[in-house]
Design a protein around this ligand. Structure first.
Ligand code: PA5
Length: 350
């Protein structure tokens, strides 16, 4: 059911090639953005990364990766409005693949009114026009992809323009992570059989369950990506949550609700977990295992970014194979298109 031909049959739009292109996208975008304008911190107290869904997630992963070395807080905003503490000297990076997402446009327009410096990352749309109209730099990503399929472009650009927001150089880590993803691709692609392919094996185990993703920082952004890729590519309910907080509430449901067996916790682990977190997650896994099977996922990449992106890549492929097992085309997102069309109609009327 998961050989390369079967996967191709449910995937006429080529999501498998889009997923495979992650390392190529990251290196192409990082190199391309190198020659463009930088985004210095200057007087900014904060960097706001504004975006929604498949565009925001690149900001989440970037912010989580550099959290322990950024010079100012980097905050992802998923809203129509900026937080009340935004200041005119702050730097605002608006990320919208389509350029037409109303929440992103709303918060960006508010930032422009406030006097913030703005950078846009987009394939065009109204965001491109808004930024160009104000004389702000626009980093253009190639058109024709679904937003979630442009993750590598968005992340690659952020890792280059954001190099001044952190202590130390980011480039070496990005190159190493790209090399790691290239190695992983051989084992994860549709041509690789289920015995070697962890993504296929995991998709088979998830087929009849509701996946619930768990991770501790900095992997929470990766857990969210797994969730959203499962939602959008495989068209399934999936949720994500955060450790250690979930041990102070959700754990009770896992241990005491008999329905727990219909759900599948997937815990993203890391070799570099601090000892107290490792101890806690080991105990959690054994408690949860009393009611349901627990999946633990980790990556053996040589750096934090390699492991974050390696884990993310695995999740992208799991979502592709789960789509194939369910016989659904991973590309179209009819419910989101319907929502956006209705929002646009309501906007025109108001
Ligand atoms: O995956 C998707 O298509 C969505 O989550 C979009 O990314 C989201 O609706 C925002 O659109 P855009 O990324 O074009 O700003």
């Amino acid at each position: 059911m998961l050989d390369a031909r079967a996967v191709a049959r449910v995937d006429p739009g080529g999501m498998r090639d889009i997923i495979a292109s992650l390392p190529d996208q990251i290196s192409a975008a990082a190199i391309w953005a190198e020659g463009k304008a930088r985004a210095p911190i200057a007087e900014a107290q904060r960097v706001f990364l504004i975006g929604m869904g498949g565009s925001a997630i690149a900001g989440d992963v970037f912010a989580a990766w550099v959290a322990d070395r950024c010079k100012v807080p980097i905050q992802v905003v998923r809203d129509y409005r900026l937080p009340s503490y935004a200041r005119p000297e702050d730097l605002l990076v608006a990320v919208s693949y389509s350029g037409n997402t109303e929440e992103t446009l709303g918060a960006t327009a508010e930032g422009i009114k406030l006097g913030c410096r703005v950078i846009a990352i987009t394939s065009g749309g109204r965001l491109g026009d808004l930024a160009r109209g104000g004389g702000w730099p626009v980093f253009e990503v190639p058109a024709g992809l679904p937003p979630r399929g442009a993750f590598g472009h968005l992340f690659g650009i952020l890792s280059t323009i954001g190099s001044g927001w952190t202590y130390g150089d980011l480039r070496g880590d990005v190159e190493q992570a790209v090399a790691h993803l290239n190695e992983l691709r051989t084992r994860l692609r549709p041509e690789s059989g289920v015995r070697l392919n962890r993504a296929k094996a995991l998709a088979l185990r998830l087929k009849t369950t509701v996946p619930i993703l768990y991770a501790a920082p900095p992997f929470t952004a990766v857990a969210r990506r797994w969730q959203t890729q499962l939602n959008e590519n495989a068209k399934v309910l999936a949720f994500s949550s955060t450790f250690p907080e979930a041990d102070h509430n959700e754990l009770v449901g896992w241990v005491e609700d008999p329905r727990a067996r219909s759900y599948r916790p997937i815990i993203l682990r890391d070799a570099d977990e601090p000892p107290e977190l490792k101890r806690q997650l080991d105990i959690t896994t054994s408690l949860m295992s009393k009611r349901t099977k627990v999946e633990e996922v980790h990556d053996d990449g040589p750096s934090l970014l390699s492991r974050m992106l390696g884990t993310l890549y695995l999740g992208d492929y799991v979502s592709l194979y789960l789509a194939a097992l369910r016989g659904v085309d991973p590309l179209p997102l009819k419910p989101i298109e319907t929502l956006k069309a209705k929002l646009a109609a309501a906007r025109r009327k108001s």
